[in-house]
Design a protein around this ligand. Structure first.
Ligand code: AMP
Ligand code: MG
Length: 434
């Protein structure tokens, strides 16, 4: 953690930082957490804490890749006496030589003396013998050789790998159980604001439903965090202080929403200055300018602005990479790709993060088109978006076709295919019809 009351920005946390500078400060505080041993069956989507090597060759014995007959490839006579049945899971104590064959199933060990498997479709078996119809049998045919999948001592999975289907299966195939994974960051999420009510409750005059906690919970889940449900706090300093003090003691990361702007009741900002070391409060970014970042000796704190879009854009830009770094991931960032703007956009005085759909056109070019009004209160602008376009500040408006960078939140959509309309495909994806 970063120490020292003056923080990292040389004593002035109000200096407006470029997002890259802010990100570097955040990542310097987001070191990987300790490792823990977990049963392999509970390790899906966790992050490996150590390199994994193959302790033995894979497969550990030469095995048939087809059902058929194990033979000596060079043996010229079509007629062979069947010596026995070699199925998977044991070793037949037998030696194959010219004039003989062993009936064998996929995955079974190749009997001694045999050097090829003729697949069953190329043979005709009767009682005690088999006729091989295939004219030429190559040595090694239909055999998976020792170590052909993994060599002994090979690096199978480097530390920092996320254990998805292939990775968890590979860990199992090299016998890794239990497995050392990085502890998941414990993240508490608290919203602040006297106007907020919970989604199941009726809204009174002047009230709105608290949506940020729920957006953040989905975002945190996807980022691999362990979530501490910290509820809501009113805009009253004593309550907020008690909540925050408790969260700072029990979490690795505290995420709050609201209360960091310039208003009289924006109380999170002054409280963070009292309870933690504030490193910065303002980022040269739109939306998401008033992001507060602070640390204590055991936790890091993100004070997000309350506007739903600002909160999520700040999450994507700073919190997600920080959590992935704490979780020990090799890849902490969303992929970034150059795209052509689908439409012109007015100039901005800050780096603007526009919610957009990136798709491939029929010429194979990536096109980024914004999702309508980019007001920071309009959470619907995130719905269906698969990217954030990074629009740099400049004086001139951007024209359609100009290149900008896109941070991909999900893969680009494919080109329109005749007979299948994109909206239909998207609806199928998002609604999950089967
Ligand atoms: P604040 O950052 O507290 O000044 O809030 C900025 C705007 O975001 C205000 O319009 C708030 O009503 C709204 N807001 C704050 N917190 C939430 C929340 N948890 N869910 C939805 N909107 C919120
Ligand atoms: Mg507020």
């Amino acid at each position: 953690m970063i120490g020292g009351k003056e923080g990292t920005t040389g004593g002035n946390p109000d200096r407006m930082l470029h997002p890259d500078e802010a990100r570097a400060i955040v990542l310097a505080s987001a070191r990987p957490l300790a490792a823990e041993l977990v049963p392999l069956r509970e390790a899906a989507w966790r992050v490996l804490a150590e390199d994994v090597y193959s302790p033995e060759p894979q497969p550990p014995f030469a095995a048939a890749t087809m059902d058929g007959f194990a033979v000596v490839a060079e043996d010229a006579s079509p007629w062979r006496e069947i010596l026995g049945d070699q199925t998977a899971g044991f070793v037949l104590p037998i030696e194959v030589s010219d004039g003989y064959a062993v009936r064998i199933t996929t995955g079974a060990p190749i009997p001694a003396g045999a050097n090829a498997v003729v697949k069953v479709e190329e043979t005709e078996a009767a009682d005690d013998h088999v006729i091989i119809h295939q004219e030429q049998v190559a040595p090694g045919e239909n055999i998976r050789q020792i170590g052909s999948d993994l060599a002994k001592g090979e690096l199978v999975l480097p530390a920092g790998t996320t254990l998805g289907p292939a990775e968890l299966g590979l860990a199992a195939s090299v016998g890794l159980d239990p497995v050392a994974v990085v502890r998941r960051p414990r993240v508490s999420v608290m919203s602040t604001g006297d106007e907020l009510v919970d989604p199941g409750m009726p809204v009174g005059p002047g009230q709105i439903r608290d949506s940020n906690r729920f957006s953040l919970i989905a975002a945190l889940t996807q980022a691999g965090a362990e979530i501490i449900w910290a509820g809501r706090a009113p805009d009253r300093a004593p309550d907020l202080r008690a909540h925050l003090e408790h969260l700072l003691e029990t979490s690795d990361v505290v995420v709050t929403s609201g209360g960091v702007s310039m208003g009289e009741l924006d109380l999170v900002k002054p409280l963070l200055s009292e309870l933690a070391t504030v490193h910065f409060r303002r980022v040269f970014m739109k939306p998401g300018k008033p992001l507060n970042f602070a640390t204590t000796d055991r936790a890091i704190v993100f004070g997000l602005p309350g506007n739903p879009v600002s909160a999520l854009v700040s999450f994507e830009t700073f919190i997600r990479p920080a959590l992935r770094s704490m979780a020990g991931c090799i890849d902490i960032d969303r992929p970034r790709v150059p795209v052509h703007l689908g439409a012109g956009t007015p100039p901005s005085d800050r780096i603007e993060m526009q919610r957009a759909v990136v798709s491939v056109d029929t010429d194979g070019r990536l096109i980024g088109t914004t999702t309508g009004s980019q007001a920071s209160s309009r959470l619907a602008s995130f719905r269906g978006a698969n990217a954030l376009l990074v629009i740099p500040p400049r004086e001139l408006a951007f024209e359609a076709g100009e290149m900008v960078e896109a941070m991909l939140l999900a893969p680009p959509l494919g080109p329109d295919i005749p007979g299948i309309d994109r909206e239909g495909r998207r609806a199928t994806h998002t609604v999950g019809r089967s």
